[in-house]
Design a protein around this ligand. Structure first.
Ligand SMILES: Cc1cc2nc3c(=O)[nH]c(=O)nc-3n(C[C@H](O)[C@H](O)[C@H](O)COP(=O)(O)OP(=O)(O)OC[C@H]3O[C@@H](n4cnc5c(N)ncnc54)[C@H](O)[C@@H]3O)c2cc1C
Length: 386
């Protein structure tokens, strides 16, 4: 039997790794500091990634996709290991949270209008769930979509929306029915419709990934943009949280590993009191601990991914997805902190890579379901709900 690890090292996937390493070295690393300052990625990066086939991985072939989730997450992992960042992944791969629902539940017209252009890097997609008054409690959203003839009329606001200032369309959680999760639907809202306004939000990290607050003021949206049936939005969102949580877990362990690699170089070259830092036992043991944490996180996340993708019937994979995200985030938090510490004052300097990873990492335990919500999932499966 092929282990979860070996599956990441087939000849085809080694070639894919090489392609991503080259793409990152040429098209991302030389420009990343500028994009961080500008607060967004250029559209041309999406087009280039689309042309290389990097955006379609993990999507069904019927919707223009190819490969599987190991392929798409290998791209995420290698992009970070090669000097990219979780912020680049957030901005470049927003379609990974914005269009999976449409790829699965959308009709051929929606797939042609929204999914295929996003996978080709010709359209930018966002996912709009969070509202100013509602984050973790998805079933409590209040953005209203009232049916009026062949249209819905949408009124409400979304916040913290990744790629929201650049998005061509937003797959939006709206309330079409009564209170609770059964009243939630998914509606694709093009951002050039009258009544849509957006403003950029500034934040601690992920500077190259733009984040927006969106307002919908009586926006008319064709009913043809409803994804799946009315009232199925909550379920669709929950199903797709699995892939989002795995992606964030991969970003976390890859960021940790990248910081291990950067710290190894640093402690070999930095000399204090006449010796390289790497000679001090206290330093060596810290780096050993960092490597252990990154390795354990990678091994566990890959294992859970393999069982989740196989649809393993004998394992409670949903619970383990939550455990995997928390494991990888905890490893990342510990490693980025030590990496900055071991770099000394240099680790605090803007433009030094570990400093960026330290800031970027802080969102990984908040987005896609917070660490506390992950623990609620686990606690529920342990029978603590009642
Ligand atoms: C950079 C960034 C990008 C984002 N991108 C997107 C996006 O593209 N689309 C989108 O829809 N959203 C996005 N989000 C929103 C993100 O998903 C939410 O911030 C997250 O789900 C938490 O919701 P909240 O901020 O409302 O916090 P709250 O739900 O208000 O939680 C606040 C605190 O209370 C804790 N808490 C909440 N409920 C419980 C409970 N029952 N038990 C114990 N503790 C609890 C939380 O864990 C947290 O620590 C993004 C956020 C950021 C910062």
């Amino acid at each position: 039997m092929v282990s979860a690890h070996d599956a990441w090292a087939t000849p085809e996937r080694r070639a894919l790794r090489g392609l991503v390493a080259d793409f990152t070295a040429r098209e991302i690393v030389p420009h990343l500091d500028r994009w961080e300052d500008e607060g967004a990625l250029p559209r041309s990066l999406h087009e280039r990634a689309g042309d290389l086939g990097l955006l379609e991985l993990g999507f069904p072939a019927a919707a223009g996709g190819a490969g599987d989730h190991v392929d798409s997450l290998l791209v995420t992992e290698q992009l970070i290991l090669s000097g990219g960042s979780s912020g680049v992944c957030a901005g470049l791969f927003t379609h990974g949270i914005g269009v999976p629902h449409i790829a699965v539940a959308g009709d051929p017209d929606q797939i042609a209008r929204f999914v295929r252009p996003a996978l080709a890097g010709r359209a930018i997609a966002s996912l709009g769930i969070t509202e100013p008054d509602t984050g973790s409690d998805v079933a409590a959203i209040t953005t209203r979509a009232e049916r009026d003839g062949d249209d819905y009329v949408v009124t409400g606001a979304k916040t913290f929306i990744t790629s929201g200032t650049r998005a061509d369309f937003v797959t939006t959680a709206v309330r079409t029915g009564g209170p609770g999760h059964r009243g939630v639907s998914l509606l694709v809202i093009e951002t050039d419709r009258p009544g849509v306004s957006r403003s950029r939000l500034r934040k601690m990290g992920w500077h190259c990934s733009d984040t927006a607050e969106l307002r919908f003021d009586g926006v008319r949206v064709p009913a043809a943009n409803l994804v799946g049936a009315e009232g199925t939005g909550f379920r669709q969102i929950m199903v797709n949280f699995g892939a989002e949580r795995l992606s964030l877990a991969v970003q976390a362990y890859a960021t940790a590993q990248r910081c291990v690699d950067l710290t190894l170089d640093w402690v070999r070259s930095r000399r204090t009191f006449g010796e390289p830092l790497a000679r001090r036992q206290v330093v060596r043991h810290q780096v050993a601990e960092m490597a252990r944490e990154a390795t354990v996180a990678r091994t566990y996340v890959r294992d859970v991914l393999a069982r989740w993708q196989a649809g393993s019937p004998d394992t409670d994979v949903v619970t383990e997805l939550a455990m995997a995200k928390n494991t990888a985030v905890a490893a990342c938090d510990a490693v980025v902190d030590r990496a900055v510490q071991l770099h000394g004052g240099m680790g605090y300097m803007h433009g030094v890579e570990v400093e960026r990873h330290y800031r970027d990492a802080r969102i990984l335990g908040i987005g896609g379901g917070t660490t506390e919500i992950m623990n609620e999932v686990v606690a529920g499966r342990l029978g603590l709900d009642g």
